[in-house]
Design a protein around this ligand. Sequence first.
Ligand code: ZN
Ligand code: FE
Length: 263
Amino acid sequence: MINHPASIFKIYPIPAFRDNYIWAIVNINTHYTTIIDPGEAQPVMDFIEKHKLALEAILVTHHHPDHIGGINALVKKYHPKVFAPISNYIPHADYRLTNDDTITLNNTECHFQIMSIPGHTLDHIAYYSKPWLFCGDTLFSAGCGRIFEGTPEQMYSSLQKIAALPPETQIFCAHEYTLANLKFAQIIESNNIELNNYRKNVKMLSKNKQTTLPSTLALEKKINPFLRVDQPTVKLSAEQYCKQVLHNETEVFATIREWKNKF
Ligand code: ZN
Ligand code: FE
C-alpha cells in the first residue's frame, strides 16, 4: 500500500438525502475523481460539473438503496468503472470484490485494499488506502451500523478488523450520525472526558452545518462504545441494562447494539 502525498488529493463529502455522504476523491493534478456510494446521481453530477472533473470510478460498499441508487444514471452519463462487492442487487458492477483484493485507479492515482466486513449486510466491504478507510455503514463516529443481515459476532469481528488498522487511519463513514450517536455513547460512559469534549466540538460543528467527518481510529477508540466493549465501564453499563452477567466482549457488544436499536 502506498503512502499518499496528501497534496495531490482532496476528499469532499457530497451530501445526499437527509444524512448521507457520498465521498469524492479528487486528484487535483489530473482532475479525475472516484466516488464512493452514490445513493443519488444528481448531487454527484452537480459536483462533477462544478469542479470540471472526469469520473473514473464508482466504489460501492454494500447493496442498500441509499448507497447505490445513483449508479444507473452516473454510468449512463459518464461511463465510469464500477467496483462492488459480490451481490445480486448492485447494477453495472464491472468488478466484484472480495476480501484482500486490491484495485488500482490509474487516473485518480490511488490504490485500494478490500476488507470484507460483514454484519450490517453480508456483502459489506470497506476500501482501505492508507490512511483512508471508506467503511460505508459499518463504523460510524461514536457508533456502528445496525445489524440487518449478519450476526453480532460477525459485526463485532468486522469492527475488530477495522480497529487493527493504524491509529491515524481516517474514517470516512457514509452517514452524519455523530451527534445522535454521542448522546447514546454518553449514557454508556458518562464519565469519559474525551467523549464529553468531543461532543462539545461536534455540537458546534453541527450548529454551523459542518461535517463531523472524517474521524480517526485513534479518536474512535477513545469515544466509540462499540470499539470499547473491553472497558469495565462499558461492560457494567451493558450488564445494568440487560440485568445479566455478560461473559465476553461479543455479549457486551450485542447488548449495547440491541440497546441502541431501542434508544
Ligand atoms: Zn446500509
Ligand atoms: Fe446507509
